[in-house]
Ligand binder design. Structure first.
Ligand SMILES: CC(=O)SCCNC(=O)CCNC(=O)[C@H](O)C(C)(C)COP(=O)(O)OP(=O)(O)OC[C@H]1O[C@@H](n2cnc3c(N)ncnc32)[C@H](O)[C@@H]1OP(=O)(O)O
Ligand SMILES: CC(C)C(=O)C(=O)O
Ligand SMILES: [Mg+2]
Length: 515
């Protein structure tokens, strides 16, 4: 099986992501983790960019023992000298020289003719060769360079002493077919190509960076450049974890592999995200929070029966503990039952059906149903009080310059309804006055408290009320994603308990000692 070398540029191209700035300690921390991941080469920075970057590359060069450390340099002596200084303590240093070759860059940026590009690059490689045995040369914007000129540049770089020639699709412009063809052409036409390694460096402007890197592998590339989490200039670079897992998962197709320690992928991704401040999108391949999470019932059922129905890789391979079955509105009974068992509940079929109906109701209102939500739902269900009154609808009109008004519709055991409206000092007071009018119960609100049982904007709110009537004191509880609805539910719940208590004070579980 052919080995594909991994050249990580998280600390250089990755750091070029707008808003990212890694200090020396952070660079070293990431570099040591990249070493654990087993990258073959890591580009630590661009020493000529600033004294801080030079110090960062230098610190990485001193810290890393098991990977080649690389510094980027323009085709200029002063940049090469800065890189030389930064890499002086590296065990296995490599200089990365670049010069743009495409017509657009030659004309507008460098203002050079083809022959000047060739001469400048050759002079830089020959100068650097005095100090570095390993030199990678990148014809920047190779993807938009005339193919015959790219062959000429590559031949020049080999003659001048480059050990790797990298073919950057600097602006993420090419399709996999086109990018792959460049490698094929270079392999077939460049004299001396067998003496060097060919490398791929892709950007994700059209979302094709990983596909392009894989096309390069299929056409003879020896090395893939990329970053962890795909960070980098503009839309970013090829994601190293995507290439590594594509080769791992589709070995029979690519007939190539990396020597990365795949179980370090998740840890490396988390560290890079934390230190760069670049949040990994949930749906990001391999390392996104949803990459091994399943929400829909049919998928969850398949996963419970046999994981390969919906997973082509196992989360353990990249160092995660397990796949997640996330409960939400698309979930089904199989996953719900599994969750209940996990939480320690053993419900019979009838209880299970009732709990599932409640769960679906909640899931319609809430993005993610958490374990706490389910416990709260179940506990509410398990306290059985006959519902003489049940809240059907509430409507509240509130304005800071007007009197709050509430309308409630309460359902009776016989299927009839009570509709009432009332005003109050606030929205909750108006709702409670309307419920009092509808139920004709004379009660005193002794206590009211509200808390969020789960987290986030759509968290479940839990309201507790204590109502008093003569010698009786009862507790009521209401749960909803809306605090006014939770307040109304708690109040109606307490009234039902009061009625139950009046009927059989000895049997009732609600007692002032509960509070
Ligand atoms: C595709 C890539 O990712 S390339 C790497 C991009 N990374 C960076 O640019 C990050 C670090 N860069 C920097 O800190 C600064 O740009 C520096 C220190 C390198 C240079 O700063 P300045 O001297 O102020 O120049 P500035 O960045 O404005 O312009 C770049 C100059 O380099 C020239 N240049 C660009 N690429 C190369 C190259 N590969 N070799 C030689 N010269 C180059 C440009 O033509 C321009 O030259 P000019 O000043 O004669 O017009
Ligand atoms: C420096 C080069 C390799 C680069 O990052 C690019 O062209 O994208
Ligand atoms: Mg780049």
């Amino acid at each position: 099986m052919r080995k594909i070398y991994i050249f990580d540029t998280t600390l250089r191209d990755g750091e070029q992501s707008p808003g990212v700035n890694l200090n020396m300690q952070e660079k070293v921390e990431i570099a040591l983790q990249l070493e654990k991941l087993g990258v073959d080469r890591m580009e630590a920075g661009f020493p000529a960019a600033s004294p801080g970057d030079l110090a960062g590359v230098s610190a990485v060069a001193r810290a890393v023992k098991n990977a080649s450390v690389i510094a980027l340099s323009r085709s200029r002596e002063q940049d090469i000298e800065a890189a030389r200084e930064a890499l002086k303590d590296a065990q296995d240093p490599c200089l990365h020289l670049f010069l743009a070759t495409s017509p657009i860059h030659r004309q507008h940026k460098l203002r050079m003719e083809k022959h000047q590009v060739l001469e400048t690059a050759e002079a830089a490689i020959r100068y650097a060769k005095k100090y570095f045995s390993k030199i990678e040369f990148s014809p920047e914007d190779a993807g938009r360079t005339e193919l015959d000129f790219l062959c000429e540049v590559t031949e020049m770089a080999i003659r001048a002493g480059a050990t790797v020639v990298n073919i950057p699709d600097t602006v993420g412009y090419l399709t996999p077919y086109e990018y792959g063809s460049i490698f094929k052409t270079l392999k077939e036409n460049v004299t001396g190509i067998e003496k060097i390694q060919l490398s791929a460096h892709c950007h994700d402007d059209l979302g094709m960076a990983t596909a392009n890197a894989l096309a390069a592998i299929l056409n003879g590339a020896d090395q893939i450049e990329g970053t962890i989490n795909g960070i980098g200039e503009r839309a970013g670079n090829t994601s190293i974890e995507e290439v590594a897992m594509a080769l791992e998962t589709r070995q029979e197709f690519f007939q190539a592999k990396t020597t990365l320690t795949l179980s370090e992928i998740a840890r490396t991704s988390r560290l890079v995200s934390k230190l760069t401040g670049m949040v990994v999108p949930g749906n990001k391949a391999i390392v996104g929070a949803n990459a091994f999470a399943h929400e829909s019932g049919i998928h969850q059922d398949g996963m419970l029966k046999e994981k390969t129905t919906y997973e082509i890789m196992s989360p353990e391979t990249i160092g995660l503990k397990e796949s997640k079955l996330v409960l939400g509105k698309h979930s089904g009974r199989h996953a719900f039952r599994e969750k209940l068992v996990d939480l320690g509940y053993n419900l019979d079929d009838e209880q299970m059906n009732a709990a599932f109906a409640k769960f679906k109701d909640l899931a319609d209102k809430k993005k993610n149903v958490t374990d706490e939500d389910i416990v709260a739902l179940l506990e509410e269900k398990l306290i059985e009080t006959p519902e003489v009154f049940s809240l059907e609808t509430i409507q509240v009109s509130y304005g800071n310059q007007s009197t709050p008004t509430a309308t409630v519709r309460i359902k009776l055991l016989d299927g009839g309804h009570l509709d009432e409206a009332a005003v109050g000092n606030g929205s909750v007071d108006a709702i409670y006055n309307a419920i009092d009018k509808a139920t004709k119960e004379e009660v005193e609100l002794d206590d009211y408290s509200i808390q969020s049982v789960t987290h986030g904007k759509d968290a479940l709110g839990e309201v507790h009320v204590v109502l008093k009537q003569g010698d009786y004191s009862v507790l009521g509880r209401g749960l909803s994603t809306d605090i006014l609805e939770a307040s109304a539910r708690a109040y109606v719940d307490a009234i039902n308990r009061l009625i139950e208590k009046r009927k059989s004070p000895a049997r009732s579980r609600d007692n002032v000692t509960l509070i």
